[in-house]
Write a protein that binds this ligand. Structure first.
Ligand SMILES: NC(=O)C1=CN([C@@H]2O[C@H](COP(=O)(O)OP(=O)(O)OC[C@H]3O[C@@H](n4cnc5c(N)ncnc54)[C@H](OP(=O)(O)O)[C@@H]3O)[C@@H](O)[C@H]2O)[C@@H](O)CC1
Ligand SMILES: [K+]
Length: 468
């Protein structure tokens, strides 16, 4: 994924329209933008499909206009291409684009069997749900073509929420025009848009409020590094030691120089050789000045003792990751006198709902819930799941979708360990969370599912190397 700011920004439909106006104010016509968008998309389609017969479904607006540019360009390159246009072009730019396509145009495409379907029925200008007729047309054409490519956003998708039209088949590829929209990264649309490509049409970086998280760029330890300088992470264990051990194992390979497990019992268990465990009075154990970050929550329990251990951990004022059980115990009372901006919470859907309840937050979508908890508390909120969303002091960050093999018990403990390890190295909460998600996803690639959570933890050093 490109790392420059304008190619990472995620724009709403309204922001995209404003960006388009800015470009026009700078003297670039809609026609020129459509040429850039359509030619760029045709380029990707040509590369992906290698000249196989293409059907372009064109709607009445500028998304349809892009479709005519794509069709004309494929024909110019010698490809076999036809257009299905259930409605004639309505906008000036689309009419002009339609004139440049000299090939076959039909209104229904009945009896057409092709190899590649390019969907330009509706894009970001969708103003109401798809009619039954349009749904049926899309479904039929999609079934009759082996490969489906959606232009900008799949027809019928709400570009701002990622809501997917019921019963609509998934696409193999979606080519975003000008900038990413939220639907490329969140909601059901993010899971069904297939491979994502972005065509740069010259939209400038407008704001960093919403962006695709940049990939981490790790460096080797400095020549004079030692284990404490690289970061000492304290993992506060609790009633169920397995989860905190797993998180600690994951943390070992993710950047911190030293990971210490602070247990709550003295029972002798077989620990992995890289883990150091200390038992005893938590306040005393946490008083080690060299500790640079704390992880608390996995296996903590939710009773009085757990509450007490969490309060002790937070009282240290160190950069801290709160996960799992800690997310049930966090509330205004627990955060009283604590600097929330130093804390990352890593909730899944259910835990995010619990946080909302604990902090009296009511919001409709996962994105809004994460943002509301962040603005209410100052916490950095990493709302994990198939569409992970990070609400942080710089705005909202989105991520490519990770492997579905990550849906395994203990996967969340591994993520918490990785994020905490990054925090221990001195990363800001936002950077630690972003790097953590990418490392977790890369570890899943390295472990090549199906894997257990401990296989995943073992794959972290290899994942780390991928970002060096
Ligand atoms: N922004 C940029 O910089 C650039 C944008 N570009 C492209 O423009 C696209 C946005 O174009 P757009 O605004 O013309 O909207 P689009 O999606 O074609 O649809 C609007 C038409 O569909 C109609 N309509 C809507 N919903 C309907 C429904 N359910 N059922 C039936 N009709 C429905 C609607 O009718 P109306 O609501 O007016 O009745 C109107 O006629 C964008 O996705 C990108 O591909 C690039 O070319 C260049 C740079
Ligand atoms: K489309």
């Amino acid at each position: 994924m490109p790392n420059s700011a304008n190619l990472r920004q995620v724009l709403t439909v309204a922001e995209m329209q404003a960006a388009e106006r800015d470009l026009m104010d700078a003297g670039i016509s809609v026609h020129e933008l459509m040429q850039r968008a359509g030619q760029g998309a045709a380029d990707w389609i040509w590369r992906m499909t290698g000249g196989r017969p293409v059907t372009v479904l064109c709607g009445p607006g500028n998304n349809g206009g892009d479709g005519y540019v794509i069709a004309a360009e494929i024909a110019r390159r010698g490809g076999e291409v036809r257009v299905v246009a259930p409605m004639p072009p309505k906008t000036e730019a689309a009419k002009r684009a339609a004139e440049t396509f000299k090939g076959k145009v039909t209104t229904s495409g009945e009896g057409l069997r092709g190899e590649v379907l390019v969907d330009c029925l509706f894009g970001s200008g969708l103003s109401r749900p798809l009619s039954a007729e349009h749904r049926a047309l899309l479904r039929r054409l999609r079934m009759e073509h082996a490969l489906g490519v959606a232009i900008d956003v799949a027809s019928g998708v709400d570009a701002d929420s990622g809501a997917w039209p019921e019963g609509m088949a998934a696409w193999d590829c979606t080519i975003a025009l000008g900038a990413w929209k939220r639907a490329h990264w969140i909601g059901e649309a993010s899971a069904k848009c297939g491979t994502r490509k972005l065509v740069d049409i010259g939209v400038a970086a407008r704001s960093e409020d919403e962006q695709l998280a940049p990939e981490p760029d790790f460096a080797r330890p400095a020549w004079d590094a030692h284990k404490y300088r690289r970061g000492l992470l304290a993992v506060v264990g609790g009633a169920m030691p397995g989860a905190s051990e797993l998180a600690a194992c994951a943390a070992v390979g993710a950047g911190a120089g030293y990971v210490k497990l602070l247990g709550s019992d003295n029972s002798r268990r077989q620990l992995p050789p890289d883990l150091v465990e200390k038992n005893g009075d938590l306040t005393e154990l946490l008083s080690d000045e060299r500790i640079s970050a704390i992880l608390v929550g996995p296996g903590l329990g939710r009773g009085e003792e757990a509450r007490d251990r969490l309060a002790h951990a937070l009282a240290e004022g160190e950069p801290t990751v709160c996960d799992a059980d800690a997310l049930h115990l966090l509330d205004d009372e627990m955060l009283d006198g604590v600097d929330g901006t130093k804390i990352i919470v890593t909730p899944h859907e259910g835990e995010l709902a619990q946080l909302c309840k604990n902090f009296g937050v009511i919001a409709a979508s996962k994105r809004e819930r994460a943002m509301a908890v962040h603005s209410r508390t100052g916490l950095t909120v990493l709302a994990k799941g198939p569409d992970t969303i990070l609400a942080h002091d710089g705005g909202v960050a989105y991520f490519p979708q990770g492997s579905s093999w990550l849906s395994v018990a203990g996967s969340g403990d591994v993520l918490a360990g990785i994020v905490a390890s990054r925090l221990a190295t001195g990363d800001t909460p936002a950077r630690a969370a972003m790097a953590g998600v990418y490392l977790h996803q890369q570890a899943a690639r390295e472990a090549a599912g199906p894997f257990s959570a401990s296989d995943l933890a073992q794959a972290i050093p290899a994942a780390y190397r991928a970002f060096l």
